[in-house]
Design a protein around this ligand. Structure first.
Ligand SMILES: *Cc1c(COP(=O)(O)O)cnc(C)c1O
Length: 390
């Protein structure tokens, strides 16, 4: 194993509780475990979140749903005591058998999906498009037809959901428009005499965003006798994107202070070498030692998810890793030269007693997915999902 992930179950549980605390007990929290639990490992995280009390887990596709259901079943939990599993991102006709076998709850938004599910008697959620223009049925005639087809196909409408496209923006006009459209959709559901159990909207940023503190969702859910729910992923794993708005808004971020990164991504030093002043390291010799240096080689590179933008050059410092010196204290070691496909060089000149085989922290406390994201000009989500330990 050239690199591996150590997850803190304690932190995952604490992050889930922090989210639950922030939303209050009138609102449930669906724990999003799609994309292999944002790179953390879907089975382990699902079990921890189920134990923490998550009533729902959200997966991407059918194979993830099946994997989670099997893992839950193996714990010996009775089916009724297991979290429900929301199949969030669509399916094809050939998936229906597995959906039924593993009791997944599919999100549907087009008549074709309803047709494929006919005869299964499954519970479904509908996604309402309120402005994302990705998944979702348009309120009005289109939604009327979908609701009619769901009833005709013998399916149960268990939930109604929508997804915000700018949840991290304080006082976003886009979000307000989406909220008005979702209200209209819920009124439409009510006017048909339907009584879904769940009404859900919002993600980690919705919970974190101080401008979305209102009991809006709870009131809306109650208007059809349903329970309100938010769907959180990123925050479970310890990350939130900054609130976009006046400085005061980010200062009021409701979650950030309570979250801790769950993942520690580690590797070990494979070899050590000296570099004389004036010698260069790595592809295209982008870094030249200004003075004699001591370098460590780690067996991780961009193929493993350590982004190439973390390369350290003469003109631009790059990323860093964390090493523990022989004195037990933690040190940063800067990445020098280009990150290669499976190899990276780090500067250990100032760290006493570094040896081959010593552990190196690639991501975790002291070097977060936010640090990587800043350097790679992306979001922590992409960094976490990109980690390929093994
Ligand atoms: C991924 C996803 C979420 C979770 O978003 P976070 O920002 O990670 O909390 C919520 N809802 C839907 C529909 C998603 O696809």
């Amino acid at each position: 194993m050239t690199s591996w992930i150590e997850n803190s179950e304690e932190r995952l549980t604490a992050n889930f509780r922090a989210i639950q605390q922030a939303v209050g007990d009138q609102t449930a929290v669906l724990a999003v475990v799609k994309a292999n639990a944002y790179g953390h490992g879907i089975e382990q995280c699902s079990l921890t979140l189920a134990r923490a009390g998550a009533p729902w887990l959200g997966v991407n596709g059918v194979s993830e749903g099946a994997q989670v259901r099997r893992a839950l079943a193996e714990t010996g939990l009775a089916p009724a005591a297991q979290p429900a599993i929301l199949l969030m991102c669509g399916f094809l006709p050939e998936d229906v058998e597995a959906i039924a076998q593993h009791t997944l709850t599919p999100v549907v938004w087009i008549p074709e999906q309803v047709g494929w599910l006919q005869g299964t008697g499954l519970a479904v959620h509908i996604e309402v498009d309120t402005g994302m223009a990705r998944q979702g049925v348009t309120p009005g005639v289109e939604m009327d037809e979908l609701l009619g087809e769901i009833a005709a196909a013998g399916l149960t409408l268990d939930g109604v959901m929508t997804h915000f496209c700018a949840a991290e923006v304080a006082h976003s006009a886009l979000t307000q428009t989406q909220e008005r459209r979702f209200e209209a959709a819920i009124a439409q559901v009510r006017s048909k005499g339907l009584a879904p159990r769940w009404v859900h909207a919002g993600s980690s940023s919705s919970v974190d965003n101080p401008a979305q503190a209102s009991p809006w969702l709870v009131d809306l859910a109650n208007s059809v006798g349903a329970r309100a729910m938010v769907r959180c992923g990123c925050a479970l794993y310890g990350y939130c994107v900054p609130i976009d708005g006046p400085a005061a808004s980010s200062a009021q971020s409701k979650l950030r202070a309570f979250l801790k990164p769950v993942m520690t991504w580690k590797t070990r030093i494979l070899s050590l070498r000296d570099l004389a002043a004036g010698e260069a390291v790595g592809y295209n010799a982008t870094f030249t030692a200004p003075a004699p240096m001591h370098l460590a080689m780690i067996p991780v590179g961009y193929a493993d998810g350590l982004r190439r933008e973390l390369s350290g050059t003469d003109t631009r410092p790059g990323g860093w890793v964390i090493l523990r010196g022989r004195d037990g204290s933690e040190h940063q070691a800067a990445i020098v030269g280009r990150v290669s496909m499976n190899l990276t060089m780090v500067d250990v000149t100032a760290i006493p007693g570094v040896r081959i085989g010593d552990e190196v922290i690639l991501l975790g406390d002291g070097i977060t997915a936010e640090d990587h994201a800043r350097l790679a000009q992306t979001i922590p989500y992409e960094i976490l999902c990109g980690v390929r330990a093994g």
